[in-house]
Design a protein around this ligand. Structure first.
Ligand SMILES: C[S@@+](CC[C@H](N)C(=O)[O-])C[C@H]1O[C@@H](n2cnc3c(N)ncnc32)[C@H](O)[C@@H]1O
Length: 297
C-alpha cells in the first residue's frame, strides 16, 4: 500500500487506508484564497476554496479521516497561511484535542514581492498535533546552528565527541561556562528559504515547498521505516524526502498534473493504471505498491 501516488480527492481515497496505520501526516491543503492555480500551459491545476467557511467545510471531514488513520503515537502537521490559520486551529483543537497541540511553527522566508501598503507577508503557519500524549520527537536529528553574534567574545571549541561549544570564562570567579552551538530548532524557522525561480529543486509547480522544510518535519516526527501520508501531495515534496530518508509513504492529489510531476520526481517511469475516471486514476510507483488497485472500478 505504501510507495504509492494516488490521483483523487483524499476524502474518497482515505477510507481505503486502515485505522491507526500512519506515523506522520503532512497536510498542505489549498489556502482560503479565491485563487486559481495554473500550470505552465495555462491549464487549471486546482481552484482554492473561495471563502474561509468553504475551506473549513472542506477540511473538517478530511481532518476526521486523517485522525482515524494516524497511529496512537502519530503526528499531523497542518500547513496554513495567516489568512486562515486561526480558524483552522479551532478545527484542529476540535478534531485532535487541545491537549494534543504541540507547536505552532512559524516558517519565515524572504523571497517574493514587496508591498508599500503593509508589512511584508513573509511567513506561513504550521500546526503540529500529536494523536495522544505519546509522540515521536527526535530532537537530536533537528539541531540547528545558533548564529554567533558578530562581536561575540566567546571562544569556539570542539570536544572529543565532535560537539561544538561556545566557551567563556568569568573574569571574577574564573569559572568556565560552555554553551552548545547546535541546539534543537525553535518554533520559528528562519533558516529555510522559500524556493526561488531558478532553484534547482524547482519543478514549476506553484505551491511547491522546499525539501529542507520536509526534511526537518520528517526527521523530527518519524523513525526509519515510519509511514508518512501526504493527502495534498502536490508535486511530491513530502514523498521525495520520505524516499530519501528511508521512510514509507503514500501521496494523494486531486490534480492529474500534480500526480504526474510527483511520479516523475520519484524517478520511476512505471505507471500501473487500470480503467479509470478522473477521480480513480491510480499510479503505483516503486516497491510494495498495489493496495489501492482495489479502488479501481
Ligand atoms: C498547496 S498545494 C500542495 C503543495 C505540496 N506541498 C508541494 O510541495 O508540492 C495543495 C494541493 O492540494 C491538492 N488538492 C486540492 N484539493 C484536494 C483534495 N480534495 N484531495 C487531494 N488533493 C487536493 C491540489 O491539487 C494541490 O496540489
Amino acid at each position: 500500500m505504501t510507495q504509492t501516488i494516488i490521483c483523487g480527492d483524499c476524502l474518497e481515497i482515505m477510507p481505503s487506508i486502515p485505522d491507526k496505520s500512519i506515523d506522520l501526516i503532512y497536510a498542505d491543503p489549498p489556502f482560503a484564497i479565491a485563487k486559481t492555480f495554473r500550470d505552465a500551459k495555462g491549464e487549471i491545476i486546482y481552484d482554492n476554496p473561495k471563502t474561509i467557511s468553504g475551506l473549513l467545510e472542506m477540511m473538517a471531514p478530511r481532518l476526521v479521516e486523517l485522525r482515524r488513520v494516524l497511529k496512537p503515537t502519530g503526528s499531523i502537521y497542518l500547513h496554513c497561511d495567516p489568512t486562515a490559520s486561526h480558524y483552522l486551529k479551532l478545527l484542529m483543537d476540535a478534531v485532535f484535542g487541545v491537549n494534543n497541540f504541540r507547536n505552532e511553527i512559524i516558517w519565515c522566508y524572504s523571497i517574493g514581492g514587496k508591498s508599500n501598503k503593509n508589512f511584508g507577508e513573509k511567513h506561513d503557519v504550521i500546526f503540529w498535533y500529536s494523536k495522544s500524549n505519546k509522540w515521536i520527537f527526535n530532537s537530536e536529528d533537528i539541531n540547528v546552528r545558533i548564529p554567533r553574534k558578530p562581536d561575540s567574545h566567546m571562544k569556539v571549541i570542539t570536544d572529543e565527541q565532535g560537539n561544538i561549544w561556545q566557551v567563556k570564562t568569568d573574569k571574577q570567579t574564573g569559572k568556565i561556562y560552555k554553551y552548545p552551538l547546535d541546539k534543537t530548532a525553535n518554533d520559528y524557522w528562519i533558516d529555510i528559504e522559500q524556493l526561488n525561480r531558478e532553484d534547482s529543486e524547482r519543478l514549476h509547480y506553484q505551491t511547491q515547498k522546499p525539501e529542507r522544510l520536509l526534511e526537518r518535519i520528517i526527521s523530527a516526527s518519524t523513525n526509519k521505516d515510519g509511514v508518512i501520508l501526504d493527502p495534498f501531495c502536490g508535486c511530491g515534496t513530502t514523498i521525495a524526502v520520505a524516499e530519501k530518508l528511508n521512510r514509507k509513504w503514500i501521496g494523494i492529489d486531486i490534480s492529474k498534473n500534480a500526480c504526474e510531476i510527483a511520479r516523475k520526481r520519484i524517478g520511476n517511469n512505471t505507471i500501473t493504471k487500470g480503467g479509470h475516471d478522473d477521480k480513480r486514476d491510480i499510479r503505483n510507483v516503486g516497491n510494495g505498491a498495489g493496495g489501492f488497485r482495489a479502488l479501481l472500478p
